[in-house]
Design a protein. Sequence first.
Length: 331
Amino acid sequence: MSTTYSAASSAVDSCSSIKTHPLVSVIIPAYRVAGFIKETLDSVLTQTFRDYEIVIVNDGSPDTTDLEEQIRPYEHLITYLKQANGGAGAARNAGIRAATGEFVAFLDGDDVWLPSFLESQLQLLERGPYDLVYADATNFTEAGLSRITNMDVNASEGEVTVERLVTGQCNVITSSVVARRSAVMAVGCFDERFRNSQDFDLWLRMAKHGARFTYQKRVLVHRRIYEGSLASNPVNSLEGEIQVLETARDRGDLTSSEQAVLIETLELRRAMAGVWKGKQKLSSGEFDSALKNFLFANNYFRSWKLSVVTLWLRLAPRLLQRIYLLRSANL
């Protein structure tokens, strides 16, 4: 399979003049998604809005042979790029560079759009005008679709600002984002140093640069959760967020209010990471490390529950482990 395919065919307007570029470039990073990519692509191809191109970036995926077999029927509809593995940020940047649309829409290679996604998000963009819009999503697994949406758990409330992004009062779901390509490029696109949370870093920099965000509390995306997916590991997510916050803290462009909020949030995220690391270490029988992480977390939370856990870790760690594993298996 060649490394580049032709893009989707150009549209013809009412005056019969040929339109040289689509309005939207759909950018799909692909890494270990051979089993899901057809469903993802079909969700794009069944959109009610049709003026788009699709750019798939194979980010050095170990399942390349299977991936290329799966996308072969779509070869006349996509631009397909291959590169050495650099992470999701590097893959999306390659897609942005290859894109020709005024807007970019980010879709992970294992997620699915509802048919009205592009139409609804573009209508929202035009109301501002805005530079970036996002929407709500629902997670799904092999067992089916969750009844709880992402915004039920990670809300978006009020105007999207640097402070609300930092505190998590506004949470951007990447597979629901449609943004002006020029606004993304104005801040240098995704920072490829971050293997996790590079999207969070981009939203912060865009907001600080003056980009206008808005969102709708309407489910337009289904996010796939499975073992091995980025969304399935809270420690990786928290550590990525912590790295982004530390970088933003050291950049020197925050107001005193933004800096204060960031420092407070950074302490909270470190404590949350401590809890999750403690659970992982307890589960694997690394009791000294579990105790260390729970003690670190409790220095922030001052929780009686964590105090009880640390006491049990000192007195009967193997019994605590059995109780925890049994409880986890029944969740």
